[in-house]
Design a protein around this ligand. Structure first.
Ligand code: PLP
Length: 425
């Protein structure tokens, strides 16, 4: 089949718009008549800086990021690297706050006394809260435990406890066991593997009227750019590019500026060593990356360029920016879920209705009491119609239709029709 025939529902890397790839392909050969491709130009060139700055500005415009309070950085860590980066940077910020308070109290005359007091504070009060609602937040929680040790990491909610050991629901916020003054409260806005999405910002984490409130970190790898988000409720939002933003290779962090110098300076390596806390690799330190406008080391400018072109296309397509895309995403998801709901004897949607993802639609297929055979034929027949990438994640099985921004309405319609035809056949 040719590219134009296929609708690819893979979970990531996702399909990219063909016109964006055509622009990128040309840029790879010869960027703007320079005789040199974009992947060959120096990341220190003015041209590279312009690509970064334009992508940042377009992202801010599309998502309404208040740029006076938030810095956007491009990294290469992947979502997985951000599991670690969020721990290092926000533990560092927590230590910096406690350090400042202790210096206020004790003065800076007796360094050993200050370190001893700080160490005591770390041992008694340092806590990171995790809301675990699926495979990815579970991985982030496990990484925090691995880096810091279990004594510092609080499993504030575990969705499996209310759903027979499986993911598919979000525990009521009133049951979340949040710590006092946690270094961060972490959640994953859209669980790519389990098809669970937070229907809205969790109210219990909202800032109070005076602006104080929990330090909220969200993984938005698989639903960024698909819905409006209240950016100012977060201290950190991160996402890999390879679903809704662009190609694999860049990761974005949107960080509250109050976590950067001059407000917050990360503790030094010797101090962390004395406190028994891990020392972050320099490449995961947000303040270093931010100070260098994402160019502390060699960044893939080609991948930033693709992300920038995707953002430009979104801004061209939707006058009302992310709200326009959100309406389309909801329409596409409704089409697919409605087709599934019309045949409850054949299709079993995995997550609870209240938390169904608009991006990753997870379901099982049963015919004549047989799941394996039915899913095999579902995938085979779908592929014959050029509806591809529908196999569920290897850890959970089943079918997963990833309904990212690059799937056109027509693709969702075609899939919905196939879902209906397959059930009737
Ligand atoms: N977080 C979410 C929600 C994801 O879907 C993924 C990957 O699919 C990751 C994190 C991990 O991203 P990466 O593979 O870039 O490390």
């Amino acid at each position: 089949p040719s590219r134009a025939d296929i609708h690819y529902f893979g979970a990531g890397p996702a399909a990219l718009p063909t016109d964006v790839l055509e622009i990128a392909a040309q840029a790879l050969l010869d960027f703007k008549g320079t005789g040199l491709g974009i992947a060959e130009h120096s990341h220190r060139s003015e041209l590279a800086t312009n690509i970064i700055n334009e992508a940042k500005a377009d992202l801010a415009s599309y998502l309404d990021i208040p740029t006076s309070d938030y810095e956007t950085i491009f990294m290469q860590a992947g979502g997985t690297g951000e599991f670690a980066a969020s721990v290092y940077n926000l533990v560092g910020a927590w230590v910096a706050r406690q350090h400042a308070a202790i210096l206020q109290e004790l003065g800076d005359g007796d360094e050993a006394a200050v370190v001893a007091a700080l160490r005591k504070k770390v041992e008694s009060d340092l806590k990171l809260d995790y809301i675990v609602t699926g495979g990815w937040s579970l991985k982030a929680y496990q990484e925090a435990v691995r880096l810091l040790g279990p004594e510092y990491v609080n499993l504030a909610a575990d969705a499996r406890t209310i759903n027979d050991g499986k993911f598919g629901k979000i525990p009521d916020q009133s049951t979340w066991k949040l710590s006092k003054d946690a270094a961060l409260v972490y959640y994953c806005d859209n669980e790519t593997v389990d098809g669970v999405e937070f229907p809205e910002f969790p109210a219990i984490l909202a800032p109070k009227a005076d602006g104080s409130g929990p330090i909220v970190v969200a993984d938005m790898s698989s639903n960024i750019l698909s819905r409006r988000i209240p950016v100012s409720n977060y201290s950190l939002i991160f996402f890999g590019a390879q679903k809704n933003l662009g190609s694999t290779g860049v990761t974005v962090a949107i960080l509250k500026k109050s976590f950067l110098p001059p407000t917050t300076v990360q503790p030094s390596a010797p101090l962390l060593r004395k406190l028994g806390l891990p020392i972050p690799p320099i490449i995961l330190q947000y303040e270093i990356i931010a100070k260098n406008n994402s160019l502390y080391n060699t960044l893939s400018i080609f991948d930033v360029y693709i992300a920038g072109q995707v953002l430009k296309k979104l801004l061209r397509t939707y006058e009302n920016k992310v709200d326009g895309q959100q309406a389309v995403a909801e329409k596409k998801a409704n089409l697919i879920y409605s087709a599934l709901e019309a045949h409850p004897d054949v299709y079993q949607i995995v997550p609870d209705k209240s938390v169904r993802s608009k991006m990753n639609i997870c379901f099982r297929v049963t015919k004549n009491g047989n799941v394996d055979e039915a899913e095999k034929s579902f995938l085979k027949e779908a592929t014959a119609l050029n509806l591809t990438g529908l196999k569920g994640h290897r850890s959970v099985g089943g079918i997963r239709a990833s309904n990212y921004n690059s799937i056109p309405l027509e693709g969702a319609e075609k899939l919905a029709k196939f879902i209906d035809d397959f059930a009737k056949a």
